[in-house]
Design a protein around this ligand. Structure first.
Ligand code: SF4
Length: 104
């Protein structure tokens, strides 16, 4: 099966994270206002600024925190597409990844 655009972008993100991009995993937004603040920051980025998105949202390529949270359990994760459906992100992800916009 040939690679889709999603596959290629997912691999690109994996490579960027694997190369040690430092992202803002903290502070984790504790309430609605803090969550919206992160979304506002994301909306201010140029739409093609992939690394910026990863940095602001605190992406990591592994489960995170004491609870080992993952995209897999996040309400924005689309299982069949392996996709983050939060409009401000809208990127392919792996189920074991995480970002600080994680929600259930
Ligand atoms: S919001 Fe974050 S944790 Fe949730 S699916 Fe998207 S990238 Fe994963």
């Amino acid at each position: 099966m040939s690679k889709t655009d999603d596959d290629m972008l997912r691999e690109k993100i994996a490579k960027i994270l694997g190369n040690g991009l430092e992202t803002q995993t903290e502070p984790f937004p504790e309430d609605h206002n803090q969550f919206d603040e992160v979304l506002r920051e994301l909306r201010q980025l140029p739409s093609d600024d992939l690394e910026g998105k990863l940095v602001v949202s605190g992406f990591v390529d592994h489960p995170y925190g004491d609870e080992q949270q993952r995209c897999l359990e996040c309400m924005y994760y689309l299982v069949h597409r392996r996709w983050c459906d939060l409009p401000e992100l809208a990127v392919p992800v792996e189920p074991e990844w995480w970002c600080r916009l994680w929600r259930i």
